[in-house]
Design a protein around this ligand. Structure first.
Ligand SMILES: Nc1ncnc2c1ncn2[C@@H]1O[C@H](COP(=O)(O)OP(=O)(O)O)[C@@H](O)[C@H]1O
Ligand SMILES: [Mg+2]
Length: 259
């Protein structure tokens, strides 16, 4: 590692065109190890599309995604996950009928798949791997304060805990970079407050860099040290929460939007 290499993620001229719509236009961002950066903007601004290009769901029309010094914009999502990028989705994507613990186990799938044949014939090697992963899954649940509901169905959890489980599933892949897409959506004020503390804690405890899309300004302004603002696919501001709050361009972008 050289001195400049604490740049974990570099987005360079990222552009995504859908038919005639330029959803993201020449987007640039450098994230450094340990950053907690917010990405905000009105609905349809292009925020989720930026995530989709980072995590390999979309191949950018133009531009580069450089992660840990490597170009990743043409790699498959599962390969990108393996390199250390994990994300959550705007709409909760859990396996509702599976237990909380098994939802974490599914995230370990890549590790288990390696010994698929062993699983078929139930070799001792496989069984111990399975047991180790169960233990690891349980410790992860302890770390995110969900171990008390480890054996409940995911769908039976209150909303705030389902969101936390989603984040735990992302953490199960041992990411260096965690992309959170509107984690506070649908939460009550108490759950939101808990989430804010939770995000700050996992950044430290799991040593992750976080890029956070969030609708709730209290969350973004309360925990991010830097905030980027998008409008119509274009980055219109980048700075501290205080600077962003008073930026006329940002105020204008949000005018007429009932938040
Ligand atoms: N797969 C797609 N096909 C066509 N248009 C899309 C697709 N994904 C997103 N868009 C469009 O791109 C724009 C940005 O969407 P999105 O990134 O979801 O915005 P945000 O997350 O900021 O609300 C919107 O106009 C949306 O309709
Ligand atoms: Mg979105």
């Amino acid at each position: 590692m050289n001195n400049a290499s604490n740049t974990l993620l570099s987005l360079q001229g990222l552009t995504m065109v859908f038919g005639g719509l330029v959803a993201v236009n020449d987007f640039n961002l450098d994230l450094h190890d340990g950053d907690l950066v917010g990405l905000i903007g009105p609905n349809g601004a292009g925020k989720t599309t930026v995530f989709n290009m980072i995590s390999g769901q979309y191949i950018p029309t133009k531009g580069k995604v450089i992660f840990d010094g490597q170009e990743v914009q043409r790699l498959m999502p599962n390969v990108i996950t393996g390199l250390g990028i994990a994300r959550t989705f705007q709409n909760i994507r859990l396996f509702g009928n599976l237990s909380v613990l098994d939802n974490i186990m599914v995230s370990f799938h890549g590790k288990l798949k390696a010994s698929f044949i062993a699983a078929m014939i139930g070799t001792p090697g496989y069984l111990s791997t399975e047991r180790d992963l169960r233990e690891e899954a349980y410790s992860l649940l302890e770390a995110v304060e969900l171990s008390d509901v480890a054996y409940e169905d995911a769908q039976s959890l209150p909303y705030g805990k389902q969101r936390r489980l989603e984040i735990a599933r992302a953490l199960a892949t041992h990411p260096k970079l965690l992309l959170l897409d509107e984690p506070a959506a649908g939460m009550n004020p108490y759950e939101t407050l808990h989430l804010m503390r939770f995000i700050q804690r996992i950044r430290k405890d799991f040593n992750v860099t976080i890029l956070l899309i969030e609708h709730d300004m209290k969350v973004v302004m309360g925990i991010c040290e830097r905030v980027l603002v998008m409008d119509f696919g274009i980055q219109i501001a980048d700075g501290t929460p205080d600077k962003i709050r008073n930026d006329p361009k940002v105020i204008e972008a949000y005018l007429g939007v009932d938040e």
